[in-house]
Design a protein around this ligand. Structure first.
Ligand code: LLP
Length: 421
């Protein structure tokens, strides 16, 4: 079991979080490998023919990545650094897709040299750059276009990416011309189409509308003699931070198969409704790792003022940006359960008013040294952490059954200064 209460103590699988804190100190991130495996497995069984290209930006810890590679999960990478990690953990190159709206010529060359499955091209300008880099290397670049279908994902504006005013992708209405232009380029090979309309999507309709748009585009391109081998629907499936009810991967699969005209029961059909059966690619991040991680810190003070109570922790927006950046909700639990006795804002030690992890939370009367866990922090937690205020990055721990291991050491102040002269 993932995170659960056992006789009043919060556990990750069979390991009490307090036991980890005694040895590792705080703050630390902890990830349940079995939970990650279950969630990745749900995608693999819901979409048996698809490439599940896990979005590294959500959590690129090498131990987590190694676990996913062993389960046959591929990689969605958006930088040379992420590509390096994908190769380092042994991801087969044909399971790697390279995304991003500002790839450098060096990163494109690295992707081509690594023989990745596909470069998802974000613009006409980037198509020219990819063709130029491919020509210089004497290779043919496999590309998809990231199209922007102008669909509102009904999520936070900062994580909406498929509206027409967004910086990502090419307007779907202009895609046909770009595909024609790409076809005329000798150093490009068109392999597919890509879209990603946003993240933490909890409604089915926007994801379905995106799949339908890609289907329509694929059929139009087919009429023009362009056959696509890959239909990449991106990531975006949300998780329940509070009481959201996002689709499960299986529900998403039935919806996608219906939208694309695929019959999930009939895997060997190659042509349905005029649509060549292209391989589905998905890029889930949050829905694989989000609920599998927590951030554990300890109480410095319970500060009482006439206006408010503040639970001051040894960790805040430096380690978990999401509440400050998106006003995101994360459940916050005392590691040792007790009855709620007060309401407080849970804040970190950072010198910013935005350094609030949770507002007006009902909490027990906690004392200095008591441990607190910020839940559902496995995605976009450590990966977005900073050293602001010269706070070291947290340690990272993985748990499997009753075994646990520190996989990222806490930094020392000397290490933080090591690259400075
Ligand atoms: N594919 C592409 C092209 C993406 O841009 C993203 C996320 C994903 C896949 C993975 O999406 P997911 O399955 O995780 O929703 N920092 C924000 C989330 C930003 C997501 C950016 N792109 C947060 O903490 O909510």
């Amino acid at each position: 079991m993932n995170f659960h209460d056992q006789d009043g103590d919060l556990y990750c699988e069979s390991v009490p979080l307090a036991a980890i804190a005694r040895e590792v100190g705080t703050p630390y991130y902890v990830y349940s490998l079995d939970e990650i495996g279950r969630r990745a497995g749900a995608y693999r069984s819901a979409f048996p023919d698809a490439l599940i290209a896990y979005a590294y930006k959500a959590n690129a810890n090498l131990a987590v990545l190694r676990h996913l590679v062993a389960l046959g999960v591929g990689a969605d990478v958006v930088s040379g650094g992420e590509l390096w990690r994908a190769l380092k953990v042994g991801t087969p190159p044909h399971q790697i897709v390279f995304n991003g709206n500002g790839k450098t010529p060096q990163e494109i060359a690295y992707a081509l040299a690594s023989d990745v499955l596909c470069i998802n091209v974000d613009s006409a300008e980037e198509m020219e750059l990819v063709a130029e880099v491919a020509r210089a290397r004497g290779v043919i670049a496999p590309i998809s276009f990231r199209v922007n279908p102008d669909i509102d994902p009904q999520t936070h504006p900062h994580i909406s990416t498929g509206l027409k005013q967004s910086k990502f992708g090419v307007p779907i209405t202009e895609a046909g011309l770009l595909y024609q232009a790409a076809r005329a380029q000798p150093f490009l090979k068109i392999v597919g189409v890509h879209c990603h309309i946003g993240s933490q999507i909890t409604q089915a309709a926007p994801l379905l509308a995106a799949a339908q748009s890609l289907r329509d585009l694929t059929l139009r391109l087919k009429d023009d003699g362009i056959d696509l081998a890959l239909i990449n629907l991106g990531g975006g499936l949300g998780i329940a931070y509070r009481d959201e009810r996002p689709m499960t991967p299986h529900e998403w699969a039935s919806a996608v198969n219906a939208a694309l005209g695929y019959d999930s029961a009939n895997n060997d059909s190659t042509k349905i409704g005029g649509l060549q059966r292209a391989r589905i690619v998905l890029e889930p991040g949050r829905s694989i790792v989000g609920a599998a991680g927590a951030l554990v810190g300890q109480v410095i003070h319970l500060k009482r003022t006439s206006a408010k109570n503040f639970l001051v922790l040894d960790v805040g927006m430096n380690a978990l940006m999401r509440p400050s950046l998106y006003n995101a909700y994360h459940a916050i639990r005392p590691v040792r359960a007790a009855a709620a006795a007060l309401t407080a804002d849970v804040v970190g030690p950072i010198c910013e008013s935005a350094d609030v992890l949770g507002r007006d939370r009902a909490l027990p009367d906690l004392k200095r040294g008591d441990l607190v866990a910020v839940m559902d922090a496995g995605a976009y937690g450590f990966s977005m952490a900073s050293r602001y205020n010269q706070q070291p990055l947290p340690a990272e721990v993985v748990v499997q059954g009753d075994r646990w291991e520190v996989v990222t050491q806490r930094e020392t102040w000397e290490q933080m200064a090591a690259r400075e002269t």
